[in-house]
Structure formats: structure tokens, C-alpha cells
Design a binder for this molecule. Structure first.
Ligand SMILES: [Zn+2]
Length: 308
């Protein structure tokens, strides 16, 4: 199977390169917002439903219906990415029992699968335990939020950042009016992911991304601004706080790559923020997390503030 629309991610493409794709009824695709999860899932679904070889051919009736959004054996579940209630999963389960209309199997893509609570995941688990002609593709930013029992029945692939040259090339084509320096900076600040980089260049940056940018810019320069960013972060919803952690990690990785006098400090902050993101999956309080982040910065970064 080919994944023609997915950029980069050669290791995932290699894993799917066999004639039948991977041998599992459940595939987890994880990665930050804008990393290509939906694109990869669409390619995989089209490959599984295509009637020719190598799949997807892009020209058979199944491929044409997929591109038109009208294939009867394909479903994108929870496209808006909200909370997934157990009743909705039960209804999805019931639909998975119905025979495919025209293909040999059905493909259900569950968007924001990390928004399933344990009850919802257990409902899904019941389907995964029975051999059916349905392939599930779970998309999530935080795979740690999935139950171990779900993960153990799945094959898990993480979307990887694009290399800087490839990302800059794509951005320059999409944003011809943006200067070379702006493109390079957006590629750097996005951590190598096309979605956030395009948001930065199109001015559609999310509030959480902008806040992570202010936080990173204040590091090592302005203690008060860091604390004020932590205050702003304390008002975010838990989901947005998780996105803030993601965006901040991307910025910190960028700062380390650019070269900093004390990368150890930034790396310890990176690990701390990553741990906080993990905690958001377990219902940690955003007020407590943002307060702890401010305290961590106060304790650990004072040294660099004093020297500047
Ligand atoms: Zn086809």
C-alpha cells in the first residue's frame, strides 16, 4: 500500500508498503495537531478500500468515492474532535456489525480518540476483541490517554516532524509572499510540523501557540513575563493546556537546536512540560499545573536570569 498524500514519515510508509498493509484491525496514529494524522488515515483508508493494485490507485470507483466523501464503507467519526461519550461508541459498534456495502471491509477513523473516557474505550474494546471486517484507525495527540488494553490490540505509529529543508520548501510554495527568514522561523517554531507552521505564516496561530511563543521568548530574559504567561495558561481549558505544553515543547526544542548557552536548563524544562502534558490526560488541574510550572521556572531558571 502507498500513502501518496502523507509528507515525510518514511518509516510509516515503509511499514505499510506490503501489498495488504499492516495486519491489525486497529491502527493508532499519534502526533501533535497538524502533524498529518488525518492525511495518513485517509491514505490508509483509501488503500484498504481500493480495488486495484498498487493501492490506492486513485482512479477506481472506490477511490473516486473516497475522494468525493461518499464511500459507504468509510466513516470519519468525531470530526469536530469533541468528547466521545459511551453511547456514541456503542452506536459506532452497532454500525461496525453491519456488513460492508461494497468493499471487503469497512474502515472507521476515530478522530481525537484520546477524548474517549475509560467507559467509552471499554465499549470500543469489545469490538476489537471480536474478529470483524472493520478496521479502526484511532487518531490522537496523546496516546497515553488510551487504555493499555486498547493499545495492546493495536499497531501504533507516531507521526514524525518533517526535515527543515522539506518543510521550508513546502511553506515557500504555499506562502510565496512570506520572506525566507519568516519561513525558516515558522519551520523552527512549529517543531517541523506543517499544520502549526502554516498557522504561523497565515496569521491563524492559535491562542495556545501564541502563548507558548511569548513564554519561550521571555525565557532567560524576563522573569515577570514568564510568570504572567503561567497566569494566562492557568485560565486555559485542560485540552488547551495540553496543546500549550505541546507548542511549548516545540519552541524549547527549537531554542536548543538554535544553540543556547545552557541547553541543560531548557532540556529539563522540556521534560517538565512534557510530564505536565502527560498529567493533563489524567485530569490534573490546570491551575495546579500552571502554578507548578511557574514555581519550576522560578526555582530552576533564576540562575540564567541572574546572569543576563
Ligand atoms: Zn483505487
Amino acid at each position: 500500500m502507498l500513502l501518496p498524500s502523507l509528507l515525510g514519515n518514511e518509516s510509516i510508509k515503509r511499514a505499510f508498503s506490503g501489498p495488504d498493509g499492516p495486519d491489525s484491525a486497529c491502527i493508532i496514529l499519534s502526533g501533535p495537531r497538524g502533524s498529518g494524522k488525518r492525511t495518513a488515515a485517509f491514505d490508509i483508508a483509501m488503500g484498504l478500500l481500493c480495488t486495484r493494485s498498487p493501492a490506492p490507485c486513485g482512479r477506481c470507483g472506490a477511490c473516486i468515492r473516497m475522494k468525493a466523501g461518499s464511500h459507504p464503507d468509510y466513516e470519519l467519526f468525531n470530526p469536530e474532535g469533541g468528547e466521545i461519550k459511551v453511547d456514541a461508541v456503542r452506536a459506532l459498534r452497532a454500525r461496525s456489525f453491519i456488513r460492508p456495502s461494497e468493499a471487503a471491509r469497512k474502515v472507521f477513523v476515530i478522530n481525537a480518540a484520546d477524548k474517549m473516557n475509560p467507559q467509552s474505550q471499554n465499549a470500543l474494546l469489545k469490538v476489537l476483541e471480536e474478529p470483524l471486517s472493520t478496521v479502526f484507525i484511532l487518531l490522537c495527540e496523546n496516546s497515553e490517554a488510551l487504555l493499555q488494553t486498547v493499545r495492546s490490540r493495536s499497531i501504533h505509529y507516531r507521526l514524525q516532524p518533517l526535515d527543515a529543508a522539506q518543510l521550508c520548501g513546502i511553506l515557500s510554495q504555499r506562502f510565496p509572499q512570506a520572506g525566507e527568514a519568516a519561513v525558516r522561523q515558522a519551520a523552527e517554531d512549529s517543531g517541523g510540523y506543517l499544520g502549526p507552521a502554516a498557522d504561523i505564516l497565515s496569521g491563524a496561530q492559535t491562542e495556545t501557540d501564541a502563548l507558548a511563543g511569548s513564554f519561550a521568548a521571555a525565557l532567560g530574559r524576563d522573569e515577570l513575563s514568564v510568570f504572567s504567561c503561567c497566569m494566562d495558561a492557568s485560565r486555559l481549558s485542560r485540552d488547551d493546556y495540553a496543546q500549550f505544553c505541546d507548542a511549548l515543547c516545540r519552541r524549547l526544542a527549537g531554542l536548543v537546536r538554535q544553540g543556547t548557552p545552557d541547553p541543560g536548563l531548557l532540556l529539563s524544562l522540556y521534560e517538565y512540560v512534557e510530564k505536565q502534558k502527560y498529567q493533563t490526560a489524567f485530569n490534573a488541574s490546570v491551575t495546579a499545573l500552571s502554578g507548578a510550572l511557574a514555581a519550576f521556572c522560578g526555582d530552576n531558571l533564576k540562575h540564567s536570569w541572574r546572569n543576563t
